[in-house]
Design a binder for this molecule. Structure first.
Ligand code: 5GP
Length: 361
């Protein structure tokens, strides 16, 4: 069964984790020629297939060396959005950590401007990123809508941005990211994410920035329970974020609270298995949460790093848990309710799903 033609909503995708292998290798080759890195060493790391969670964060340090300059950011943003659109992702919340690098005169703001430039550079598909100035495409041209038979010539994708706080950051740096999000609300920034190596940093460091973000009206999603840390999971549940990612190392009390609060969970099957956070797909908590009708959304996490795609994640869920096509479509549609955009976008997305469901019958 191919899930490429089915409309899908992606809510957990890290920009620098979603880069094509071919682009990463090309960037590595270029930096290798300049002598900044040793290409053969990097090539081996990029091509390697299974990596522990610890190795993933080492890989990200390497990826950031290759990608963190303005023009490369613009390029990868464009490619990542095009790739999602090409597999009929109709709404994408793309998250990235704004980075500062004095040696190339990069500020968090200029980092994000390079990302926005990438969104504006897309011509292969219509992009609505919530920015209604003259330059934005798609917003004045709303009719081409994806359909299962691919009858419409052009695809359209809604893109919204989440700014990530890295767990390596200080309170002040996290606060700077939230302030940047405020400046960029008109450019499609709808929420804040907390991510980065889960064995680094303390919840109390990020809490003030997250509280401030919430006061300013931002929705918040937290990477939660990727490693055993019951105290932190407890504190994160106290915070009651709008969504949570992963939720792997949960105890009975945590499950009970998650279910009572009905906090939607971003499920990243391949990522959890490849990083050995979950030992195999058949023991994944997706099964229990799905059975109990807990709000869930299937996501890729890092489609580049884990060699996956949202269609592959749908296929994996359908085959591993024996879920039929109609039921999968209902699951896909239910994600619309957990997006961080407003009612207008939700209504449009529901319509796309409804027409797809009709065509299937
Ligand atoms: P970026 O924010 O640089 O665009 O995307 C890469 C970053 O996302 C990584 O450096 C890391 O902070 C975060 N990230 C990507 N995948 C994961 C994951 O599986 N778990 C956590 N906690 N963070 C991740």
């Amino acid at each position: 069964e191919s899930w490429v033609s089915v409309p899908k909503v992606e809510l957990h995708a890290h920009l620098n984790g979603s880069i094509r292998d071919s682009t990463l290798l090309e960037l590595a080759r270029t930096l290798g020629e300049k002598g900044t890195i040793v290409f053969s060493e990097v090539e081996h790391v990029i091509r390697k297939n299974d990596r522990s969670l610890k190795e993933v964060f080492k890989l990200f340090d390497l990826i950031h060396i290759l990608t963190t300059d303005h023009s490369t950011l613009t390029r990868i943003t464009k490619e990542v959005v095009e790739d999602f659109a090409s597999e009929n992702v109709i709404y994408l919340e793309l998250r990235t950590t704004p980075k500062k690098n004095d040696s190339i005169e990069m500020t968090k703001r200029s980092y994000m401007d390079a990302v926005i430039k990438g969104l504006r550079a897309i011509t292969a598909v219509d992009v609505d990123f919530g920015c209604h100035d003259m330059e934005s495409k798609g917003s004045t041209n709303l009719q081409p809508i994806n359909d299962v038979n691919n009858l419409s010539p052009r695809k359209k994708i809604y893109v919204r941005l989440l700014l990530s706080i890295d767990r390596r950051e200080s309170t002040a740096s996290a606060m700077e990211t939230v302030k940047l999000a405020l400046e960029m609300q008109e450019l499609g920034v709808v929420g804040i994410d907390l991510s980065g190596n889960p064995v680094i940093g303390e919840w109390v460091t990020f809490l003030p920035a997250l509280v401030f973000a919430r006061e300013q009206g931002f929705r918040i999603t937290l990477h939660c329970g990727e490693v055993l840390n019951p105290k932190e999971v407890h504190a994160m549940l106290d915070f009651h974020p709008e969504r949570m990612g992963h939720v792997c190392f949960f105890n009975e009390e945590h499950w009970k609270r998650l279910k009572t609060y009905k906090i939607p969970v971003e499920i990243c099957l391949t990522s959890n298995i490849m990083t050995e956070t979950i030992s195999s797909v058949d023991v994944h908590h997706f099964a229990d949460l799905y059975k109990e009708k807990h709000p869930l959304v299937l996501c890729t996490d890092d489609s580049g790093v884990f060699s996956t795609s949202l269609s592959k994640e749908y296929s994996l869920a359908a085959s591993s848990f024996g879920i039929g096509k109609e039921e999968m479509l209902r699951l896909a549609k239910s994600a619309v309710e957990f997006i961080f955009s407003g009612e207008e976008v939700k209504r449009e997305l529901r319509e796309i799903f409804d027409s797809t469901m009709k065509e299937l019958r």
